[in-house]
Design a protein around this ligand. Structure first.
Ligand code: KIV
Ligand code: NA
Length: 264
């Protein structure tokens, strides 16, 4: 099996081959997804929520994300590993974005970075691209801007479609190799996908994008509480693990574990 790199994603767009991306935050999960031939893994700043337990992605730091990205790279010899830059590590300008990305690249071995924003971060995208750092952009609903956007709301509806389209074009022109579109109307996402030459990766963006991404814990039933409408449940890992933990504790209480087969 060959390793996935940015030129394959470009090729898949021209071939009309749709691909899947999943988040990953640790070695063991990365290994499983790599074995499942998921071509692109995202060390998302959603780690803020699912790994670190913060309410939003805003507090998570580069120091918290880098070790996770390093572990995912070790677990995924074939997948292309994309790492998010957290809030506060690139907004100041191209210089700051370069410094943060260089740290992420050197310390984790990730193959690309992802930053949120459209037109407003085009200068950062072009500086990174020129430095040889591939950039995946992220437009539509951008969780790091949840306060500015007034909550978890669909973006690019009605008149706002023009700005979303302008953002998608701006990131492509700045040199992004792909763009995530989060929580946008399916028809607008389809229109943008046909207009752009770079692949689009949807999450809550309908089925006309070139690729899809999900937070794996949401897709596998490993998160607490209600998940968004755009999530499809493929497993019940949380229920399985809870049952396993209870059974283990019960076996210990009844002295049925360890049995002779587990003893020396
Ligand atoms: O952090 C993340 O998991 C993401 C995806 C949902 C696109 O940015
Ligand atoms: Na993210």
């Amino acid at each position: 099996r060959r390793a996935t790199r940015i030129q394959h994603l470009a090729q898949w767009k021209t071939e009309g081959h749709k691909w899947a991306m999943l988040t990953a935050y640790d070695y063991s999960t990365a290994r499983i997804f790599d074995e499942a031939e998921i071509p692109v893994l995202l060390v998302g700043d959603s780690a803020a929520n699912v790994v670190y337990g913060y309410d939003t992605t805003i507090p998570v730091s580069l120091d918290e994300l880098i070790p996770l990205a390093r572990a995912v790279v070790r677990g995924a010899p074939h997948a292309m590993v994309v790492a998010d830059l957290p809030f506060g590590t690139y907004e100041v300008g191209p210089q700051q974005a370069l410094e943060s990305s260089i740290r992420m690249f050197k310390e984790s071995g990730a193959h690309a970075i992802k930053i949120e924003g459209g037109e407003r971060i085009a200068p950062q995208i072009s500086a990174l691209t020129q430095a040889g750092i591939p950039v995946m952009a992220h437009v539509g609903f951008t969780p790091q801007s949840v306060n500015g956007l007034g909550g978890y709301r669909i973006q690019g509806r009605g008149d706002a479609a023009d700005q979303l389209i302008a953002d998608a074009i701006a990131v492509q022109e700045a040199g992004a190799f792909a763009v995530v579109m989060e929580m946008v109307p399916a028809d607008v996402a389809g229109q943008i996908t046909r207009k752009l030459t770079i692949p689009t990766v949807g999450i809550g963006a309908g089925n006309e994008t070139d690729a899809q991404v999900l937070v794996w814990q949401d897709a596998a039933g490993y998160t607490h509480g209600k998940t968004a409408k755009f999530v499809k449940r493929y497993a019940s890992i949380g229920d399985d693990l809870r049952t396993a933990a209870r059974q283990y504790a019960a076996d210990v209480a009844s002295a049925s574990f360890p049995g002779p087969e587990h003893s020396y």
